[in-house]
Design a protein around this ligand. Sequence first.
Ligand SMILES: Nc1nc2c(ncn2[C@@H]2O[C@H](COP(=O)(O)OP(=O)(O)O)[C@@H](O)[C@H]2O)c(=O)[nH]1
Ligand SMILES: [Mg+2]
Ligand SMILES: [Zn+2]
Length: 291
Amino acid sequence: MKTGQIIKSISGVYRVDVDGEQFDAKPRGLFRKKQITPVVGDIVDIDFETHASGYIQHVHERKNELKRPPVSNIDILVVVMSAVEPDFSTQLLDRFLVIAHSYGLSPRIVITKKDLATDAQRAEIERLLAIYQHIGYDTQFIGKDDDVQAVFDAWESGIAVLSGQSGVGKSTLLNSYRPELALETNSISQSLNRGRHTTRHVELYPRANGYIADTPGFSALDFDHIEKYELDGYFIEISEASEYCKFRDCSHTNEPKCHVKALVESGEIADFRYQHYEQLLQEISNRKVRY
Ligand SMILES: Nc1nc2c(ncn2[C@@H]2O[C@H](COP(=O)(O)OP(=O)(O)O)[C@@H](O)[C@H]2O)c(=O)[nH]1
Ligand SMILES: [Mg+2]
Ligand SMILES: [Zn+2]
């Protein structure tokens, strides 16, 4: 019996990394009855039939899990956005951050295509990133020839997942981190024409102290699991300020003596962050009740 981590799956066969050695394993028949499908990122126990291949006997409890595509036990969620093509948007960034927090993941921000941005665009993005840094986020702004090695290896141990819209440069980042991967990258026109992401399966690649995966992770529209009352908890600075609101269940919209609104007025909380909070709150409130 050996214990390792699933690093990829190819049509029902799982590649398991056991202390740097790789083995192929299949799930036991029992799993299908219990409807347990092992996913990339799972810690599993395997029994061996032959030297090289075995059966997955047990899937250890997952500390977290993303559904599309499935990947578990994520430690670092990297929100990747481009400066241009497509244009950087704090609205989209905030959506990704909220979803990451809602899954209990600690997000990092990486902005790509610095080399394609004009001086004015760079200055504006740097101004905005300073706001996110002040909130407490780790941010990086990089271009084609910048060193991603140092960036990726500085993150703490565990599984890091690159997440973000198609075309922002996730595969390009991984290729510059590990040129031998030679992952497929797509031009903007191609990705728009296809309208779909080319990365369909998840694979964990070795990183200093862990792994990194190239995956869309989740869509920026995935808000179905988030309740109205918990939304403020996913905006770090709003959450901190909310402790000083008069009402414990303050929604920071119309209530008197709302500390969040006071800080928005004094400029300590960025206006655009508050607007994105309000927009999302509205969207969640308008959501139809599903059964
Ligand atoms: N100039 C420049 N182009 C980039 C950069 N990052 C990605 N690209 C280009 O953007 C396009 C989409 O990149 P890709 O890695 O496929 O994005 P993905 O869909 O997020 O994996 C490709 O044509 C890349 O060559 C960058 O930092 N600078
Ligand atoms: Mg890609
Ligand atoms: Zn309030």
